[in-house]
Design a protein around this ligand. Sequence first.
Ligand code: FE2
Length: 215
Amino acid sequence: MIVLPALPYAYDALQPVVSETTMRTHHDKHHARYVEVTNQMLADTPGEQGPLEQVVTRAWHRGARKLFNNAAQALNHGFFWDCMSPHLAPPSGDLAQALGRAFGGDARAEFIAQGLGHFGSGWVWLTAERGVLSIVTTHDGDTVLRHEGVTPLLVCDLWEHAYYLDYRNDRGAYLSGWWDGAANWAFAQRQYEASLGRAEGWAYPAVPVAATASA
Ligand code: FE2
């Protein structure tokens, strides 16, 4: 049984970058539906249980596309909520140094360019592998969380349901607003520590998480 974790902030906490309307629809309708379909499919598949990460990986390897799409989307959205915060702070410490090594001060431009250049629905990720940072995109529900040895630090949702109410077709404005006004660098730092084996990495919540600020 997969849960729908509560947002770690109030629905309106990320305004004006993400409106309350978008957040309510995105979390309460889209993420909730991915969780609902995943649970329906798990109920119809005896023995197919376990942490969502394992459900996603097994579905990928046995080519169960519908289960993979819904389970991976549930997983990605759980990760995405933690990649945003109303408490902004720039990258610091060894993560800031790693960003400099990988992108020479152009991480923001590279992230936005890759997000803008991605055709159709998907996700743009900042990842770490053995201390080396990369920016990559995945299509539709596909997820770097199924890639062994790769630790995602941040992800931004490129599906139109993530930004169309607020930005219409202007994905670039959404991406720049997101990077400047919502990206959770404290979370990215923890994930970077995890990629180096110094901390526990993110995992999809096994039980509903109480919102720190209710709607
Ligand atoms: Fe989404």
